[in-house]
Write a protein that binds this ligand. Structure first.
Ligand code: ATP
Ligand code: MG
Ligand code: FE
Length: 336
């Protein structure tokens, strides 16, 4: 089974060819980061327009790199939510056009199912059930992947996503966009014990997260420094903030391990490329005899290979979408 996969939910125009779910023949990503850096974040209208300009070229490159043509493709997989509606629409319209013209089955994919499925690509032995911490720009979910395409959300953020908090704090301390990688880099030079930022507890749920509190306390800390003319040490703020977020992520993840008894733990989404999070998770898992999985950085942030993998398992499960498939900006995980 050869899947042509398309991803355009945010600011990456991406296409990939994936064989039998786990073999990536091509994975082409055209990032718009440079374009949006000018504005300090993703501008939806600009993202849509850029997707339209790039998508045909990116798909052709994916086919060429894989040394296949549309005649070889079994089905078309596409992200149809969640994400920016105008951005999603470009990929969905493109996938529908190819499906119609070439009489190929169309498989709509949930973007977060894609992020989770990225773990299958380099870990050929990984099978559900496993636990997964999804930490991306818009989501922070602690998920039980019970089976292919079957997810149970154990916990989620009540306010900001982890990646969003990285981006906002980076902006506040003058590191710019995108914040995650810049905070990680600055943090390497800083002292994580320098400032004690609060770790939010949600009283009625052991698995839910809240990151707006730590973000606010970073802002307060900066204002306070300015008022008292205390020097602002970017690296120390970055390291202390990063620690506050990562400690909570690991703590909740390990509670889920202990409560469910599941011995496999994966991480996914853009923040999963953070080295300090990976090493902390690895150590916590090892201590408990739990196998730890993570995708390589390029498969953590948005890409179409992960969509191809998710589409493959959806295809096997019989998921087929019609030409009435629409973009669903707030699509829920596990919804078909
Ligand atoms: P979603 O998947 O929730 O729709 P998204 O697609 O915008 O959101 P991703 O592409 O998965 O998000 O990830 C981007 C996020 O990951 C950004 O918030 C970015 O700051 C963060 N990120 C990327 N690299 C790192 C890193 N090394 N450390 C921390 N955060 C990172
Ligand atoms: Mg992106
Ligand atoms: Fe994403």
């Amino acid at each position: 089974v050869l899947i042509l996969a398309i991803e355009s939910s945010c600011d990456e125009t991406a296409a990939a060819v994936v064989k039998n779910g786990r073999e990536v023949l091509s994975n082409i990503i055209s990032s718009q980061i440079a374009l949006h850096t000018l504005y300090g974040g993703v501008v939806p209208e600009i993202a849509s327009r850029k997707h339209i300009e790039k998508i045909n070229q990116v798909i052709q490159e994916a086919l060429d790199t894989a040394k296949v043509t549309l005649d070889d493709i079994t089905a078309v997989g596409v992200t149809y939510g969640p994400g920016l509606v105008g951005a999603l629409l470009v990929g969905v319209a493109e996938a529908k056009a190819i499906s119609y013209a070439r009489k190929l089955p169309l498989v709509g994919v949930h973007h977060i199912e894609g992020h989770i499925s990225a773990n299958y690509i380099e870990n050929k032995d990984l099978e559900p059930p496993f636990l997964c911490l999804v930490v991306s720009g818009g989501h922070t979910h602690l998920v039980k992947a019970a089976d292919y395409g079957v997810y149970e959300i154990l916990g989620r953020t009540r306010d900001d996503a982890a990646g969003e908090a990285f981006d906002k704090v980076a902006r506040a301390i003058g590191l710019g966009y995108p914040g995650g990688p810049k905070i990680e880099k600055a943090a390497r030079e800083g002292n994580a014990e320098a400032i004690s930022f609060p770790k939010a507890k949600i009283s009625d749920s052991i698995y839910d997260f809240s990151f707006s509190g730590v973000k606010s306390s970073v802002l307060n800390y900066i204002n306070n420094c300015k008022m008292k003319e205390i020097p602002i040490v970017q690296a120390d703020i970055a390291a202390s903030f990063q620690k506050a977020v990562i400690d909570v992520l690991i703590e909740h993840a390990m509670k889920a391990v202990e409560e469910t008894g599941i011995k496999k733990f994966a991480i996914a989404g853009g923040v999963a490329s953070n080295g300090t999070l990976r090493e902390g998770m690895r150590a916590a898992c090892e201590k408990r005899g739990v196998a730890f999985y993570h995708p390589s950085p390029v498969l953590c942030t948005d890409n179409a290979a992960m969509i191809g993998t998710a589409a493959y398992y959806e295809y096997l499960a019989g998921t087929r979408h019609g030409l009435d498939l629409n973009a669903v900006p707030n699509l829920k995980l596990g919804q078909r």
